[in-house]
Design a binder for this molecule. Structure first.
Ligand SMILES: CC(C)(COP(=O)(O)OP(=O)(O)OC[C@H]1O[C@@H](n2cnc3c(N)ncnc32)[C@H](O)[C@@H]1OP(=O)(O)O)[C@@H](O)C(=O)NCCC(=O)NCCS
Length: 152
């Protein structure tokens, strides 16, 4: 899972951030409490016969999407959309009215395609101390159906 996250950042963020910021974000060791932290979230994985295609996780209490990462081999096939629709359905089931997130600059179009709107540019502080320019975005959750999208 950590490898998918790291590869996804290296591949997806390269055009939008200077190399030192991509490296600062991607090239960190997996924190020892990573799995423990994931277990506190609503966490979904997409996989095929080869392995993990991507994963996404949500802090349900805060209504905050904490991360969406799709493996380079699987981008632009609808995996990210499927994962986000699943998080949205999960939030709706818990009667949440909104979702919010900090979008990396490369991911703004992706979240816009899902109906999120940009609120402000912000700096997300990584636990390692560096700051990543991001866009705070939110979405009002209407009624919806369980994700039925097919991958292209
Ligand atoms: C952002 C990310 C999650 C998108 O996942 P994905 O599975 O490739 O996205 P989808 O195939 O579901 O794309 C849905 C739509 O989003 C938009 N979109 C997705 N990636 C895009 C890109 N790189 N540039 C412009 N629009 C994009 C398009 O409208 C796309 O529809 P289309 O392919 O029919 O044109 C993935 O690229 C990724 O993991 N990036 C690196 C990690 C990252 O930045 N995560 C977000 C952290 S906040």
């Amino acid at each position: 899972m950590w490898t998918v996250r790291t590869d996804s950042i290296r591949y997806g963020c390269a055009g939008c951030y200077p190399p030192h910021l991509v490296a600062a974000w991607a090239d960190v060791e997996m924190p020892p409490d990573f799995v423990h932290e994931l277990r506190k979230t609503e966490f979904f994985v997409a996989e095929d016969a080869v392995g993990v295609l991507g994963f996404a996780f949500l802090d349900l209490a805060e209504g905050q999407v904490k991360g969406v990462f799709v493996a380079p081999r699987a981008v632009r096939r609808g995996v990210g959309t499927l994962l986000m629709k699943t998080l949205e359905e999960c939030a709706r089931s818990a009667a949440r009215a909104h979702l919010q997130l900090n979008a990396s600059l490369n991911a703004e179009s992706f979240y816009r395609s899902l109906g999120f709107v940009a609120l402000e540019r912000t700096l997300w502080r990584h636990s390692n101390g560096f700051h990543l320019p991001c866009i705070r975005m939110s979405k009002v959750l209407g009624r919806g159906n369980i994700a039925r999208e097919r991958l292209h």
